[in-house]
Design a protein around this ligand. Structure first.
Ligand SMILES: Nc1ncnc2c1ncn2[C@@H]1O[C@H](COP(=O)(O)OP(=O)(O)OP(=O)(O)O)[C@@H](O)[C@H]1O
Ligand SMILES: [Mg+2]
Length: 339
C-alpha cells in the first residue's frame, strides 16, 4: 500500500478569536479561527444564543482536536450549535445526515466509468469522508445514532485522533489534515431509545462510543432563554401584547415536556415547534389555529384533552372553543362580498 497525503485545498486557521467576545460566555481564552470565510463556512445567525457548556465542548473540539458528540432531544439546537460555532470561526463545516439512506459507498467513494479522450476508463470518485478528511473541514455526523452498521464501521476508523483512513478498494491510506475536525449529534446516548420518540435509532457499539473524547448533553433551555431564541427567529413576538403571548407559548412547550416525562403525553414540543407556531401565528393571525397546525395535528387524538388542559392552564382559554370555525365562506358577486 502507498501512503498518500493529498495536498490540502485550504490552509489552516490564521488568526484567533476571544471566547468572551465572540460567544458571549464568561470564559477566558482564544480559539483558532480563519480570518476569511470560504465556500463551506455556514452563514452567521446573529441572534444565536450559545449554551455555555455545549459551546465550550464544541470549542475544545475545534481548538484541541477533540472528537465531540452532542446529545440531546430534538430541536434543542445540537446541529445549529456546531454550525454557528463554525460560522464564527470561519471554519468550513459539512453536515452529513447518517439516516438510513446513506451507505458506506456514499461515504468512502466508488469507481465510476468516465469518458476520457473518447475512451471509457474507470476512475475513483472520492466519497465525502476522504474529501473532508484531507481538508481543514469540520465534519458533522448528524443523527449519529441512526447510522447503519456498515456506515458506523467506516466512521470508527476516522474516530481515532491519529487515525488513518484506509481506502481498501483503492490501496490508499489517507492521513488526516491537521485541521480536520469531527463532530456528531444524536438524540439518544447510544443505549437505544426507551421513549419511542426516536424511531430508527440504534444502540451504539460501546467501543465506538468510547472513541468520542467529549460527550456533551444539551437539554431544553429555561423558559425565558427559550423565549429569546424564539424571539430571534420571530421578532414580531416582541411587539406589544405578543410578548406575553410568547411567554405563554413557551410555557405551553414546557408543559408538554413535563407531561412527557410523567408519561401523560407522548409528543413533546421542541423549540423548533414553538418557532413554527410563532411563524404560523403571523400568517394566520389566530393563535389556536397556528397551534393546531404547528403541533396539535401531529399528536395522538386521544391526548388532545390533556393538551387542551395544558393550553387552558397557560392561556386561560378553552382550546376547543377557540378552535371553532375561524373562517367563513363568502360568495363574491360583482365585487361585493356577502357572508
Ligand atoms: N440557542 C439557540 N439560539 C438560537 N436558535 C436556536 C438555538 N437552539 C436552537 N435554535 C433554533 O432551533 C431550531 C432547531 O435547532 P437544531 O436543528 O440545531 O436542533 P437539533 O437539536 O439539531 O434537532 P434534531 O435533533 O431534530 O436534529 C433551529 O431553527 C435553530 O436555529
Ligand atoms: Mg440536528
Amino acid at each position: 500500500m502507498t501512503a498518500t497525503n493529498s495536498k490540502p485545498v485550504l490552509d489552516g486557521p490564521d488568526t484567533t478569536v476571544e471566547i468572551r467576545e465572540t460567544f458571549g460566555i464568561d470564559a477566558e481564552g482564544e480559539v483558532p479561527a480563519f480570518s476569511e470565510p470560504s465556500e463551506h463556512v455556514p452563514r452567521i445567525d446573529a441572534g444565536y444564543r450559545f449554551h455555555p457548556a455545549t459551546t465550550m465542548a464544541i470549542l475544545a473540539g475545534f481548538a484541541e482536536d477533540r472528537r465531540v458528540l452532542v446529545q440531546g432531544r430534538h430541536g434543542t439546537g445540537k446541529s445549529s450549535h456546531i454550525e454557528q460555532v463554525a460560522a464564527r470561526l470561519n471554519w468550513p463545516c459539512i453536515r452529513i445526515n447518517l439516516d438510513s439512506h446513506i451507505s458506506r459507498i456514499d461515504l468512502i467513494g466508488k469507481d465510476a466509468i468516465v469518458l476520457r479522450d473518447g475512451k471509457q476508463v474507470t476512475e475513483y470518485r472520492e466519497g465525502l469522508l476522504p474529501w473532508c478528511y484531507q481538508r481543514p473541514v469540520a465534519l458533522v455526523l448528524d443523527e449519529y445514532d441512526a447510522g447503519r452498521p456498515d456506515v458506523m464501521f467506516v466512521v470508527q476508523r476516522v474516530l481515532e485522533a491519529e487515525g488513518r483512513l484506509t481506502i481498501l478498494d483503492q490501496n490508499k491510506v489517507l492521513m488526516p489534515h491537521p485541521f480536520f475536525r469531527l463532530f456528531a449529534t444524536a438524540n439518544t446516548v447510544g443505549l437505544g431509545d426507551m421513549s419511542g420518540l426516536y424511531h430508527g435509532t440504534q444502540q451504539l457499539n460501546q467501543a465506538q462510543l468510547d472513541r468520542w473524547n467529549i460527550i456533551s448533553r444539551l437539554d431544553y433551555l429555561h423558559e425565558d432563554e427559550e423565549a429569546e431564541v424564539v424571539l430571534s427567529k420571530a421578532p414580531w413576538m416582541g411587539e406589544g401584547q405578543n410578548v406575553e403571548i410568547l411567554l405563554q407559548m413557551v410555557r405551553m412547550a414546557s408543559q408538554t415536556r413535563i407531561g412527557f416525562a410523567a408519561g401523560d403525553v407522548s409528543t413533546v414540543m421542541s423549540p423548533r415547534t414553538v418557532i413554527s407556531w410563532a411563524q404560523n401565528y403571523r400568517i394566520f393571525r389566530n393563535l389556536e389555529y397556528a397551534f393546531e397546525v404547528a403541533f396539535l395535528n401531529r399528536c395522538d387524538e386521544a391526548e388532545w384533552p390533556i393538551l387542551a388542559e395544558y393550553y387552558q392552564r397557560c392561556f386561560g382559554r378553552n382550546l376547543e372553543e377557540a378552535r371553532t370555525p375561524l373562517w367563513q365562506r363568502v360568495s363574491v358577486e360583482a365585487g361585493e362580498n356577502e357572508t
